[in-house]
Design a protein around this ligand. Structure first.
Ligand SMILES: NC(=O)c1ccc[n+]([C@@H]2O[C@H](COP(=O)([O-])OP(=O)(O)OC[C@H]3O[C@@H](n4cnc5c(N)ncnc54)[C@H](O)[C@@H]3O)[C@@H](O)[C@H]2O)c1
Length: 387
C-alpha cells in the first residue's frame, strides 16, 4: 500500500480544461514518483448526469455530482478544481474557501478586478492553499527563459514583446453564449481576448520581467452583433475581439502586447521575445520545446541566434521525462503544475501563481480595458513581488 498522503480532488467542469487537469493528476504518480502527496480522483461534477457519468468512467473518477455545491459540501473532498467558465469562478471559489477546501482555479482568476479581490479576500480569510492554472510558465523552455533572465545573462532589459493570435471567430455566424461559445459572451467571460489570451501573456511577462506599471490600449470588436445561444436573439457583442497595448514595466523596460481572434492562419500562436543589453530570448508555442537565444558576447564570427532544444535532464522538468533530444507537449504544462501543487503541500511554500499573483494580472487586464475605453494611459496599481 502507498504511504503517500492523499489529496482527494473534486473537479468541476468536464470540458477542455477538465480533460487537461485530469490527465495531469493521472500522470504525476508515474513521472513524479517521489512526491509525498498523491491526487485521488474522488469526484467530478458537470450539469448533465449522462455526460458526467461518461467522463467519470473514461478518466477514472470514483463518483459524480451534477451540482458543484454538492462537491464543496462533501467531507471526502480536500481540493476543489475549478474548470468552468469565468463567470462561475468567484462563486465556486468563495464557497470552497469557506468550506476549507484547497482550490485550484482556472485562469483568468475572475471576470474583473472587484470579483478577483473578493476571491483573494476569501482565500486569505480561510487560509486555504491555492493556485491558478497559468500553465505556460511550466513548459520547460519557458521555465528556462525564467532561469536565464534571473541569472542576469540578458543584462538590463529594454523590451518585452508578446503575441497571442487566433482566427476562429472571423465568421459572423459564430454565436455568443452557451456551451462552447461562452467566451464570446461578455457576461460569461468578463472580456474577450484580454482576459482569455492576453492574461496568459501578462502572467508570463510579469513572472519573467516584473510588474507592469501602466498601460495604453486599443481594443476592437469587429463583429458587433451575434446570435446569443441562450436567448435565441441577435444581441450586441460586448467582448473585445482584438486588443493591442503597450506599457512600462517597473524595471524601466517597454512592453508591447497584441492579441486577436482575427489573425487568419493562426490557431494559437503565443510568442514572446525579450531584448536585454547583452542577450535576447524568444519563444513560440508552436515550437514549444525550443528557446531561441542570442548572446552579443559570443565571438563575432559565430555570433547568431541559437535554437536551444530544451530536452536535456539539467533543463527544467526534463529529468522527469525521456532521454535528451526527445520533446514533450502542451499537456505537460498541466502535469507539471499538478506536480508542483502536490510538492507545495510538502514544502509548505505557495504554488505560484497563487490567487494573489493572479489578482496582479487581473489589475493589468482591468487597466487595459479601462485604457481602451477612455483612450488614455492607466496606472495598473500592480505591486509585483512574486519570485
Ligand atoms: N490554462 C489554459 O490554458 C486554459 C485553456 C482553456 C481554458 N481555460 C480556462 O478554463 C476554464 C474552462 O474553459 P474550457 O475551455 O475548459 O471551457 P469548456 O467550455 O470546454 O468547458 C467548461 C465546462 O464547464 C461546465 N460547466 C459550466 N457551468 C457549470 C456549472 N455551473 N457547474 C458545473 N459545470 C459547469 C461545462 O458544461 C463544461 O464541461 C475557463 O475559465 C477558461 O478561461 C484555461
Amino acid at each position: 500500500m502507498s504511504q503517500k498522503k492523499e489529496v482527494r480532488i473534486g473537479l468541476i467542469g468536464t470540458g477542455f480544461m477538465g480533460r487537461t487537469h485530469s490527465n495531469g493528476y493521472k500522470r504525476i504518480g508515474d513521472f513524479f514518483p517521489d512526491l509525498a502527496y498523491r491526487p485521488v480522483l474522488k469526484a467530478v461534477c458537470a450539469r448533465s448526469k449522462d455526460k458526467v457519468q461518461a467522463f467519470a468512467e473514461q478518466w477514472g473518477y470514483e463518483s459524480t455530482e451534477t451540482d458543484w455545491k454538492a462537491v464543496i459540501n462533501r467531507k471526502d473532498i480536500d481540493a476543489v478544481d475549478i474548470c468552468t467558465p469565468n463567470d462561475t469562478h468567484a462563486e465556486i471559489a468563495i464557497a470552497a474557501a469557506a468550506a476549507g477546501k484547497m482550490i485550484l482555479c482556472e485562469k483568468p482568476l475572475s471576470r474583473n478586478l472587484a470579483e478577483g479581490q473578493k476571491m483573494v479576500d476569501a482565500i486569505k480569510k480561510a487560509g486555504v492553499r491555492n493556485t491558478v492554472w497559468y500553465n505556460y510558465r511550466r513548459l520547460p523552455a519557458v521555465s528556462l527563459a525564467k532561469q536565464l533572465v534571473d541569472s542576469g545573462k540578458l543584462g538590463k532589459i529594454y523590451h518585452y514583446r508578446a503575441n497571442f493570435l487566433q482566427d476562429w471567430t472571423i465568421s459572423a455566424d459564430v454565436p455568443q453564449g452557451g456551451t462552447g461559445t461562452w467566451r464570446m459572451d461578455v457576461e460569461a467571460a468578463g472580456s474577450g481576448v484580454t482576459g482569455d489570451l492576453l492574461a496568459h501573456c501578462i502572467d508570463t511577462a510579469m513572472w519573467l520581467n516584473g510588474g507592469i506599471k501602466d498601460v495604453s490600449a486599443v481594443t476592437e470588436t469587429f463583429v458587433k452583433q451575434r446570435m446569443h445561444q441562450l436567448t435565441g436573439k441577435v444581441e450586441p457583442v460586448g467582448i473585445d475581439d482584438a486588443c493591442i497595448f503597450h506599457c512600462h514595466f517597473d524595471n524601466g523596460s517597454l512592453g508591447l502586447f497584441e492579441s486577436t481572434r482575427y489573425a487568419r492562419g493562426h490557431k494559437a500562436l503565443y510568442t514572446f521575445e525579450i531584448n536585454g543589453a547583452n542577450a535576447s530570448i524568444r519563444w513560440d508555442l508552436h515550437d514549444l520545446n525550443r528557446l531561441e537565444y542570442f548572446d552579443h558576447r559570443d565571438e563575432s564570427i559565430v555570433r547568431g541566434w541559437r535554437s536551444i532544444h530544451v530536452t536535456d535532464g539539467d533543463q527544467p522538468y526534463m529529468n522527469k521525462w525521456w532521454v535528451p533530444g526527445l520533446g514533450i507537449g502542451y499537456e505537460h504544462s498541466f502535469i507539471h503544475q499538478a506536480a508542483d501543487f502536490m510538492k507545495s503541500l510538502e514544502t509548505g511554500e505557495p504554488c505560484h501563481p497563487t490567487f494573489e499573483d493572479a489578482l496582479e494580472t487581473q489589475k493589468v487586464c482591468e487597466a487595459v480595458i479601462d485604457s481602451a475605453r477612455s483612450r488614455s494611459w492607466k496606472d495598473t496599481g500592480v505591486a509585483w513581488q512574486e519570485k
